[in-house]
Design a protein around this ligand. Structure first.
Ligand code: GLP
Length: 265
């Protein structure tokens, strides 16, 4: 795992968008794993701009989202399908049939989970998975005590997560679905590369636990410490409680891999 600290949330999102663009240019048929949440909105806006201004091509890219609320059809403005259409898919030239999210209104959610896993396998696995960080320390909707080998399945949401996401439901906690269908921690760990973006002071404490604390199913983001190629990109506010800041800064300022980005950004 490596941690990259950028001065602001905007600069952190810029770096994530630049990394996605680089991978997409190197491999136009990239299998891209996507995340929702407010943190990602900036990244998607920047990718849409890169498509519009620099012709970044999504026409051969296949996408898989981490999760979807149970009970919300894609036509519901609060669904993650709607979020993805609005923030990214409608603004780039991705082929809609190649954009996948779990179906939160499937009659048989177990079968839907297996179908989703099968689709990822058929696509050859996820090349690059974007991840946000929930305040409960989760990735996707892998709430505390999710098995670190879990696969796509139904999951009950914690009160913390439902409160965190209530703003997208007009602040009405009762309207936030109680369950979701999510890729498992095991599914996520099989991605060839993971990029986690966390910004803002509300993520500082949980980020420090996830990155520098012990690996535990209580904080499923900590399982990323097991991933051979995981980059955590944060702003100064989210980095506040990290103990190894000096070393992480040195990495971005000196490692050859980051040289191109030091110049570009
Ligand atoms: C939800 C999503 C996660 C997302 C997290 C962070 O729980 N299921 O995929 O990463 O929220 O959200 P935000 O970026 O709004 O803080």
């Amino acid at each position: 795992m490596e941690v990259i600290i950028r001065p602001t949330a905007d600069a952190a999102s810029d770096l994530v968008a630049a990394l996605v663009a680089k991978e997409l240019r190197a491999r136009p048929d990239l299998v891209l794993g996507l995340a929702t949440g407010r943190t990602m909105e900036g990244v998607y806006a920047k990718l849409a701009t890169r498509h519009r201004d620099d012709g970044l091509d999504f026409s051969r890219c296949e996408t898989f989202n981490l999760d979807e609320y149970i009970g919300l059809p894609g036509s519901d403005p609060r669904s993650y399908r709607h979020y993805m259409d609005t923030h990214l898919f409608d603004k780039v030239n991705v082929i809609p049939a190649l954009t996948h999210l779990p179906n939160g209104v499937a009659a048989d959610l177990g079968a839907e989970s297996r179908r989703y896993e099968g689709l990822i396998k058929e696509a050859g696995g996820i090349d690059l998975q974007l991840l946000g960080l929930g305040e409960a320390g989760h990735i996707g909707f892998n709430e505390p005590l999710s098995a670190l080998r879990s696969r796509t399945r139904e999951k009950a949401l914690t009160p913390t997560t439902r409160r965190q996401n209530a703003a997208m439901f007009g602040g009405k906690l009762d309207d936030v679905p109680k369950r979701a269908i999510t890729m498992g921690v095991g599914t996520i760990l099989e991605s060839k590369r993971c990029l986690l973006l966390a910004t803002g002071s509300s993520k500082a404490a949980i980020l420090a636990k996830a990155v520098e604390g012990p690996i535990t199913s209580m904080i499923t983001a900590s399982a990323l410490q097991l991933h051979p190629r995981c980059t955590v990109i944060v702003d100064e506010a989210a980095a506040r409680s990290l103990k190894g800041k000096k070393y992480y800064r040195w990495i971005f300022d000196n490692e050859p891999e980051w040289g191109k980005y030091r110049e570009e950004l």
